[in-house]
Write a protein that binds this ligand. Structure first.
Ligand code: GN1
Ligand code: MG
Length: 369
């Protein structure tokens, strides 16, 4: 048995999972945690789980995160039951250990959790079918709706200022002037462009600080691959990757989803000429998300959504480039210039979105109640 398999076997046992044998498949699309699908055989029967090792550099308070996840999934589960629905597979179900905890803290490097695998589902890194993307939009909207009566003060802010774009910009600007690993000169042009666009990327946070745009419980990491899609019907079945569920803005969720799924290219496309916002994909997501959010959002929130897309994209430029300038400590990278390429690619997308902002607003208006 390899070292990794031994660790996985130990972790499974902590959650009371009994098995005669198991098979592990590792998922590689997330930039932060390590995720494995584990198929077990026990007394002639099969079952599957997802085992994750949490990145404690990125998430310094994993216990707080798991407490938030327990509350949020519990809330959604009760709602589904009250509506007469079977919650199985529609909300993540984390296993609990005999002492009631939903995690196993082996050591500082190995903080584990396990949830039931949702059968017949897949995740996509790239949106191709607008109908499936519309389903995803509806499901991310529904996630906010299910949590719109959740008492926000019960959630611990495990990552303060996670989507505070001006703070993210400041962090990058500081890294740029400190230049700890001698890479700042490579991102001077990007640094200048971010500075020039301050009036735009600071607007959303200003609206929040002035009380014009309300906080609500949001997902905060609405990448297309953070939703399980039924492999045959294309229905969006279950929202996953709940680490960042905290108070946030509706526009963060809309914006981050658009940033990732309505881009004609992958997030890290090195040929920036190819990068552009696809308005057909944009409309597909908007047509799923906005009607659901119109049921509970304020007018100001609905008006902030298109701005959210550009803001989240600029924010990712700052986050990827800060990581590059600081020596790649945060995001997993696959080659030495990966964060630089990601940052440049996202900048090309943000600039393209700026040109299309009016069209985005027009589309959104069509789907508001
Ligand atoms: C990370 O873990 P993953 O790949 O779903 C990141 C997001 C970024 C995203 C960029 C906790 O998400 O905030 O938008 O990469 N998650 C965290 O692809 O920082
Ligand atoms: Mg994540």
């Amino acid at each position: 048995m390899s070292d990794n398999s031994r660790k996985i076997s130990l972790a499974l046992k902590q959650f009371g999972v009994k098995f005669d044998s198991f098979r592990v498949e590792t998922f590689h699309s997330g930039h932060i945690n390590s995720t494995h699908k584990v198929d077990i055989r026990y007394r002639g029967k099969s079952d599957s789980f997802v085992l994750q090792r949490i990145n404690t550099y990125v998430f310094p308070d994993p216990v707080g995160i798991m407490a938030n996840i327990d509350k949020v999934t519990g809330h959604i589960r009760s709602k589904l039951i009250a509506e007469g629905k079977d919650p199985a597979g529609k909300v993540l179900e984390f296993l609990k250990r005999p002492d009631g905890t939903n995690y196993y803290f082996e050591d500082r490097e190995s903080f584990w959790r396990v949830y039931r695998y949702v059968p017949e589902t897949v995740t996509y890194d790239q949106a191709e079918d607008p109908v499936v993307l519309q389903n995803a939009g509806r499901a991310f909207g529904l996630f906010q709706k299910q949590l719109c009566d959740f008492p926000m003060d019960q959630l611990k802010d495990t990552m303060p200022n996670f989507h505070n774009t001006p703070v993210r910009m400041q962090n990058f600007f500081e890294a740029f002037s400190e230049d700890p690993v001698g890479r700042a000169a490579e991102v001077r042009k990007e640094f200048e462009i971010l500075k020039e666009n301050e009036a735009l990327w600071s607007q959303l946070e200003k609206g929040r600080a002035e009380g014009k745009i309300p906080l609500r419980v949001t997902h905060n990491d609405t990448k297309y691959n953070n939703i399980l899609i039924h492999e045959k019907t294309g229905e969006a079945v279950c929202v996953i990757d709940l680490d960042t569920v905290t108070p946030g803005l509706c526009a963060y969720d809309f914006g981050d989803a658009i940033r990732f799924s309505a881009n004609r290219c992958a997030e890290d496309e090195p040929d920036t000429e190819k990068v552009s916002l696809d308005l057909e994909l944009y409309e597909a997501f908007a047509s799923g998300f906005i009607p659901v959010c119109s049921e509970f959002c304020t007018k100001a929130e609905l008006e902030s959504l298109a701005l959210g897309a550009v803001t989240m994209t600029f924010e990712l430029v700052a986050r990827f480039l800060e990581d590059y300038v600081r020596g790649d400590k945060y995001f997993k990278i696959h080659h030495s210039e990966h964060n630089l390429e990601r940052g440049r690619s996202q900048l090309a997308l943000a600039l393209d979105m700026l040109k299309k902002l009016d069209r985005m607003e027009e589309i959104n208006l069509k789907y508001r109640a």
